[in-house]
Design a binder for this molecule. Sequence first.
Ligand code: PHE
Length: 496
Amino acid sequence: MNSATDAAPLTPAPGPTLFGQPRGLATLFLTEMWERFTYYGIQAVLILFMVAAVSRGGLGLDDKTSSSIFGLFLGSTYLLGLLGGWIADRLLGAQRAVISGGILIAAGSVLLAIGNHAIFFLGLLVNAMGVGLLKPNVSAIVASLYPEGGARRDAGFSIFYMGINIGGALGSFFVPLCAAAFGWRVGFALPALFMTLGVAQFLWTRSYLGAAGLQPAHERRGSWTPVVVFLAAVAVIVILALTRIVTLDAAVLVRAASWGYGLLALAYFVYLLFFAGLTAAERKRALVMVALFVASATFWAGYYQQGGSFNLFAERYTDRHIFGWEMPAGVLQAVNPFFVITLAGVFAALWIALGKRGRDPVASTKFGVALIFLGLGFLVMYFAAQHVLAGQLVLPTWLVLTYFLHTCGELCLSPVGLSYMSKLAPQRFVGQAMGVWFLSLALGGNLAGVLTGQYDASHLESLPGLFLKIFWYGVIVGAVMLLLTPLVKKLMAGVH
Ligand code: PHE
């Protein structure tokens, strides 16, 4: 338990309730549901749209460029989450950050729906900025609806988590479906429409949030200067690219970004371990943070093949005919959020049952198991790819089985990752723990694009090769995490 929770007052904030939860939770639930609808809806068709031939309404880009743009998009949504958190904390307050983020997402989605190439990429950028402003801050408001913390807050977050996945399932289902039936543009218009409704709903029912997230949380206000400098730098790059004064090569950029994220993490950990004046006990826990960071980035790099290589696999190599109707490939992206919705309760019950026996696994065990699940999913896909190599189309059940295994992995790692990081960070650095977690997601998302780019459709053997490689990454890093468990238990000294 961290100090913020310990110090919190013990009475719930007054105000209207719905089913025993603050009424404001419904506002946030719907906002985040529509935001995830857009995020996962776009992700479900993004790579397919980019690789689709111009004659089929797509961008006609090659696989490698498309994979790289896919990775850059995912990575930047999480990296910008760091900036979005800072802007809310120091400048805008979470509520205004959510509103601005929602508006940017809706505007970005309009650009996706209308534009080719330059405008489309600008749309992705605007979208990523919107996600960065909205996503971390809507969760922060959920937390501040329950100043008393405890079980009621946990229940609130569980409900909120359902909103995330209902949105993800609906978006991944309907966006590809509409794109196939009415054209890509209509597919991208759905996110624009529903994010607009989400923002309208937020504004309409905002009063239920009371003071939660109304003001910047940090007593020391920031200055707009760094934000303006950042935006100016982005604007200059965009203008140079639009006017073709510089040509941006996505494949180079995605690699550079991976190095950038990795070096940023390295620099942070070197600072934390050697220059932040930590006590011996704090330093040991910071070492555990490093291990969790590596495990998390590895996990997401594999997990995000969903929208990348798996999505291409579904499109090119699966037989998706159901009673004469051909299901659009992107629709399979709804399988993961569906499994999350159905399995989240099972995993939660499992942790509680183990906890009651005093056997709740430590962080490294959960992360290790998550990575083994990830690896097993890739082993399944390796065998599926062998059939493809032999010239057959395969059933989507291979992907469904892999998504099942990956969801099991996700449920071991994702719900606890951030809280472990916060508990392990020295108390005065707790705020930065969220940054470390987001950075691991950014690196993972970005690497997912790099990995997808290693599959080359003209050399089909690269496909099982890629899946086998990620299988090994998963099981090796997973096994190391499991082997580290006794050490981690010692290093964590009293953190649960
Ligand atoms: N799918 C959930 C969400 O979008 C959980 C998650 C978070 C999964 C971050 C992957 C990365 O919030």
